[in-house]
Design a protein around this ligand. Structure first.
Ligand code: NOJ
Length: 449
């Protein structure tokens, strides 16, 4: 194919060791929801309930990655992308969440890993990308302290079967999002609500992150171990003390609550008083099991948030002022397009003692224009280019950043948004499963060549 328009950006500006990759997740792409002995996950159950997902979309087939993985791996190769991040579906390899193991599920991931390695693509595994086995949810899911043990045993199984070939691991994906949306707001699986569910899930997920990482370290001492956090640049709506204080609370919740304990700093209870309620669930020995020396931290940043004080919002006393209300350019997710957020986030997280920072997700949902078999997504191309410029700026200013993974390889199932929000470098026709590389994908291919 012909070269596409290039920007002044050049791969070499980022340095020889900079990691380039693309990210996906099992539930969003695999489909094959009950194939070959797979058990149900909380997302299988949630998507089957009426009114939970926009337009009644479900992920029974999704991108059919279960059957089309070779096509997609060939496409990763064609795009010159050297690192592929994907997640393991826990209920595919342990249908009830605990032993016994489903050999067909193991075989499936082995085929993916082997195919990636044969193509010279490095596999990066996320162990938990939100799809808890449903049978464990019946027992309370992440609100049950036992979840730490279930998770560690699952991690040990993954390591046993894949640890001989996979070097790069991410323990948990975006804990603040799946506990907040799934256990506090009830808008994601498993649809639980309330502060008690939320705080219990928060603490157990934090313990599980460390327990999972320790299991990995013990069983594969040379593994490159990370975990990922969603983060965002926060600004007060006005310079009034009220809005500034509100912005600080939101920053504490969205950017600090999950990472600080892991880094050995404990929960930031002083800056967000509701977190003091966590003390009801913290047992004596927990404080020794909340931190881990991660080889890298994955940061996932898409936008910024503008915050106003509001007495109407419980626990946090703050509201986020949407991009629509502020009348600024936004993606199909309603998220403001604001590339400097990535610079600000890198600057902020460089204040912590983190060995390596990798942007493990960044990308945008925009509508695609399809003409004569070609997919024009210039806005996505520019979004990626503009964010890469912010990374370069951060590097020039001396901030640590070691890699960039685009979200996502193909259009896929965007949780409660269904298939409306398309994030792919590759377009998927969900009726035919036909893949077409978009303009953004072609640009990325040439940039990486
Ligand atoms: C965060 C999540 O990890 C991923 O699953 C999601 O699709 C993207 N961000 C976009 O919302």
């Amino acid at each position: 194919m012909n070269k596409v328009e290039t920007s002044f950006l050049h791969k070499d500006q980022f340095g020889q060791d900079f990691l380039w990759g693309v990210s996906t997740a099992a539930f969003q792409t695999e489909g094959a929801h009950d194939a070959d002995g797979k058990g149900s996950s909380i997302w299988d159950v949630f998507t089957s309930q009426k009114g939970k997902i926009k337009n009644g979309h479900h992920a029974l087939t999704a991108c059919d990655f279960y059957n089309s993985y070779q096509t997609d791996i060939d496409l990763i190769n064609e795009l010159n992308i050297p690192n592929f991040r994907f997640s393991i579906s826990w209920s595919r390899i342990m249908p009830t969440g605990i032993h016994p193991v489903n050999q067909a599920g193991i075989d499936y991931y082995n085929k993916i890993i082997d195919s990636l390695l044969a193509s010279g693509i490095e596999p990066w595994i996320t162990l938990y990308h939100w799809d808890l086995p449903h049978d464990l949810e019946v027992k309370g899911g992440w609100t049950n302290r036992e979840s730490v043990k279930w998770f560690s045993e699952y991690v040990a199984v993954c390591v046993l079967y894949f640890g001989d070939r996979v070097k790069n691991w991410m323990v948990i994906n975006e804990p603040s999002v799946f506990t907040g949306a799934g256990y506090f707001l009830g808008i994601h699986a498993p649809g639980k609500k309330g502060i008690t569910n939320y705080l219990k899930a928060m603490h157990h997920v934090t313990l599980a992150t460390v327990a999972g990482a320790k299991t990995l370290r013990k069983l594969v001492p040379e593994a490159n171990i990370g975990t990922t956090f969603s983060c965002t640049h926060i600004e007060p709506f006005s310079q009034t003390p009220k809005d500034i204080e509100a912005a600080k609370r939101v920053d504490t919740l969205l950017n600090r609550t999950f990472i600080e304990p892991i880094l050995g700093l404990g929960y930031p209870q002083a800056d967000l008083p509701v977190l003091k309620k966590l003390n009801n669930y913290i047992l004596e020995d927990d404080l020794n099991n909340l931190a881990f020396d991660f080889d890298f931290i994955g940061l996932q940043c898409y936008t910024r948030e503008v915050v106003k004080a509001s007495l109407l919002i419980p626990y946090i006393g703050a509201e986020l002022i949407s991009a629509e209300k502020r009348n600024v350019i936004a993606t199909d997710m309603g998220w403001e397009v604001y590339p400097p957020a990535l610079y600000q986030v890198l600057k902020k997280f460089n204040n912590y003692n983190i060995k390596k920072i990798i942007i493990t997700e960044n990308g945008a949902a925009f509508p695609d224009i399809i003409k004569n078999g070609k997919v024009y997504d210039i806005k996505r191309t520019h979004y990626i280019q503009d964010h890469l410029e912010q990374i370069l700026k951060a590097k020039k200013d001396g901030y640590n950043v070691d890699g960039y993974f685009v979200w996502s390889l193909t259009d896929n199932f965007e949780w409660a948004e269904g298939y409306n929000a398309r994030f792919g470098l590759i377009h998927v026709d969900f009726d035919t499963q036909q893949r077409t590389i978009k303009h953004s994908g072609l640009w990325f291919r040439d940039f990486l060549s």
